[in-house]
Ligand binder design. Sequence first.
Ligand code: XMP
Length: 511
Amino acid sequence: PVLVVDFGAQYAQLIARRVREAQVYSEVVPHTASVAELLAKDPAAIVLSGGPSSVYEQDAPSVDPALFDAGVPVFGICYGFQAMARALGGTVEHTGNREYGRTDLEVAEPGVLHADLPGRHPVWMSHGDEVNKAPEGFTVTAASPRATVAAFENVERRLAGVQYHPEVAHSPHGQEVLRRFLHDIAGVRPQWTVASIVDDQVAAIREQVGDGRAICGLSGGVDSAVAAALVQRAIGDRLTCVFVDHGLLRSGERTQVERDFVAATGVNLVTVDARERFLAALAGVSDPEQKRKIIGREFIRVFEQAERDLKAEGDYRFLVQGTLYPDVVESGGGTGAANIKSHHNVGGLPDDLAFELVEPLRSLFKDEVRRVGVELGLPETIVHRQPFPGPGLGIRIIGEVTAERLDLLRAADAIAREELTAAGLDRDIWQCPVVLLADVRSVGVQGDGRTYGHPVVLRPVSSEDAMTADWTRLPYDVLERISTRITNEVDDVNRVVLDVTSKPPGTIEWE
Ligand code: XMP
């Protein structure tokens, strides 16, 4: 792999994704890893990421100069560039001149990294210190207003670096520069393709599962669907999928799983219809956290029962989970983030289950998972489904959850989704929860009569990762169509309102 050494900025995962976009497999490793530990992974190249520190701070993470004698190609970015310069005998000065944001790079000497790129082009910078002398044997190839040495390379030793952030979209030639380092300087061959991912994972699953049997919980979302499809490709009939219909799904979602997913994969599917059970457990409850806990608890109970039933039929020793690479990286980080909402992940099961886990997406980013889904022939509706919370519509009804209220919300939600899709906006928004304010009524007039119905809230958001979000400026004509249709077609809803709150301070879901 190419190892991306994380110096503690938020950029390491993004760099790892960009390396993969250059069709090279990458992994994120902490900067505390020793040179011996790095080399033990037999890296094709190493990228030193940016970080929040100054090389002058006490305890600032440094780079062991031994790394550069190992013959492994190294690329330094921002802080990694400075740490590299220092370790190799160049100098870094604490100027106090911060250069932050978009700036112009002046290419002095094209070299390999910047050959044939415009002599002056925009890049994204974020630094306080500055490399003012490159190490011996390195060619300085570019400068910027606040960095006399903004890029250097030593092609013979396969070492190079840039002060700017090539991984961000604000550096329009950044991906090309990264690609040149990987392919042209480091000599890594571009072999990480969707087809290779599928082949590797299928082989790995066969190896792990042998002639055993596996169970997979499906939620209707992309991760569990792609994980199941990969395992199905590897072990065929020895996989059984379990789909719990908790009655909190949106219109059409059960069909997508029962009909479309099964048609695309030929997977064995058991649907557990637990709608009554969830409604009974939720009766009389309107507190959000309590609802979440009840839904999580009931889900686990139903799923465990399904597992016991299957285990009675055959030797199911393996459980498939759609864990993604960012979860793996982040759970290694121990963030200690405050628990804002108790997230319930469908398939997020207790530790004491007697199963061995199969996690075929553990090394993949979300966009790669979607591409694998397409490669496996999964339907568009599943592969490009927007995020939908495990507790489903249960946390989009503000107030008690009842069968009638679920029907109302399902109808309103289906209209909003239809219109957003028809307007071609699905890929522009992150998601658009529709929320029923079930305990609120307001006066309206329809036909000749007074109405006294519920409002629904549209919550369209734009986001990169759901950690922060902005409300999406949907076109007025689309909002108008959604509003007109919902108030006309959904009995008992007489008002549609738009949520114009960013996150923070609002969260995406209302509960
Ligand atoms: P919030 O409301 O915390 O939501 O801003 C952030 C993202 O997470 C989704 N979400 C959940 N997903 N189980 C999930 O699998 C949950 O319990 C859950 N709660 C919120 C939400 O839809 C948004 O994408």
